[in-house]
Design a protein around this ligand. Structure first.
Ligand SMILES: NC(=O)CC[C@H](N)C(=O)O
Length: 354
């Protein structure tokens, strides 16, 4: 099966097709993680994106039992795809998984060259195909495609979901949550209530919540600006912890500006500095927008974390309200000292306020 990648600037890459048979358009981004391809595909924050994996060998440890939900990522580009994975948890290989989930893939291309291109030009609109199409047809597809940034409604729960627990009842405003926070809170034994992204403050207040988490999710904060007012009311009513899109939305609702980045931060090992702890952490990241630093001057928000590569804003707190937010993903599973302290700090704050 042939594979073609066509970029909006006219660049064409010819490779091999893999995964589901099809043609798909999206915003082309790169991800530098060496592992975690299943997590990349299953991350709702990647809705509408075609992900070019910079690391050359993808699929080495297969696919583990995962959640049964829809994959929102539009396509995957890899240099080599391993069809014979070796791992005791693997139940199928990447190709079988992509066919099952309907994800189009192209392999056999120089993914580092594609990464360098995106680094120079910024993210690009792109079409990938493993069907028989002429380059002229692909050009037409990119030109005619509508690119949207509002995917949150597709990724959020449709009704309030409750997980029973004791001591605390923590709420999550679900903008496209990845389930790892729900799992972590469940393991700690707390009750969790997950709210649809457009829930009203009355719906939230009816549930006896002790603290709120605003989750990460796809697209831009701008595309869900209609919920900014509720997000502000949440933060004024409860200790609040914002993650990625949730962080951007909190910043926006307290007067900061959120900008689109040229090519974003997507990978497993970005260095972030925590000013309070006076130390750096290596964290996974997956975002294409960022809070504008200068715009914080006239707000009551203060920077708590900064990216050590480009000094962009990675964390914020409010000068008087109990709000902490972070741009990066929480690292919950590593045995090394990691950023799970942020979730624990939030839980301590919630307990103090009870
Ligand atoms: N991980 C996320 O929540 C990403 C937030 C937002 N969609 C961005 O790309 O910046």
């Amino acid at each position: 099966m042939n594979g073609i990648i066509y970029l909006e600037d006219g660049t064409v890459y010819f490779g091999k097709g893999f995964g589901a048979c099809g043609t798909t358009v999206g915003e082309l981004v790169f991800n530098t993680a060496m592992i975690g391809y299943q997590e990349v595909l299953e991350d709702p924050s990647n809705a509408g994106l075609i992900v070019n994996m910079t690391y050359p060998w993808i699929g080495n440890y297969g696919i583990r039992e995962g959640k049964d939900s829809k994959v929102h990522t539009k396509g995957l580009i890899a240099k080599y795809v391993n069809g014979n994975p070796s791992n005791h948890k693997s139940i199928k290989n990447l190709e079988e998984y992509m066919v099952e989930k309907g994800i189009v893939g192209v392999s056999g291309v120089d993914t580092r060259a594609i990464t360098k291109k995106i680094r120079r030009s910024g993210t690009l609109k792109c079409v990938i195909t493993n069907e028989e199409h002429s380059v002229a047809e692909l050009e037409k597809r990119v030109k005619e495609a509508e690119f949207k940034t509002d995917f949150v409604s597709e990724c959020s729960v449709e009704a309030v979901e409750k997980i029973a627990g004791s001591e605390l009842n923590l709420g999550i405003l679900d903008l496209g949550d990845k389930d790892n926070i729900v799992k972590a809170l469940g393991q700690k034994g707390y009750g969790v209530t997950v709210f649809p992204y457009n829930s009203s403050i009355e719906t939230i207040k009816a549930e006896n919540i002790d603290g709120m988490i605003i989750s990460g999710g796809p697209g831009s904060a701008e595309s869900i600006s209609e919920i900014s007012g509720t997000v502000k009311e949440i933060a004024q009513s409860y200790p609040t912890f914002g993650i990625a899109l949730g962080h951007q939305l909190l910043a926006k609702s307290f007067g900061a500006q959120v900008d689109k980045m040229s090519y974003g931060h997507r990978g497993g090992n970005h260095a972030v500095y925590d000013f309070g702890r006076e130390r750096a952490y290596i964290v996974p990241q997956n975002h294409g927008y960022v809070v504008n630093k200068e715009s914080l001057a006239n707000t009551e928000l203060e920077i708590t974390h900064e990216n050590l590569n480009d000094n962009t804003v990675e964390g914020l707190k409010h000068s008087s309200l109990k709000i902490q937010s972070i741009q990066f993903e929480l690292e919950m599973e590593s045995d090394l000292e990691n950023t799970s302290y942020l979730l624990n700090d939030f839980i301590d704050t919630v307990k103090e306020g009870k």
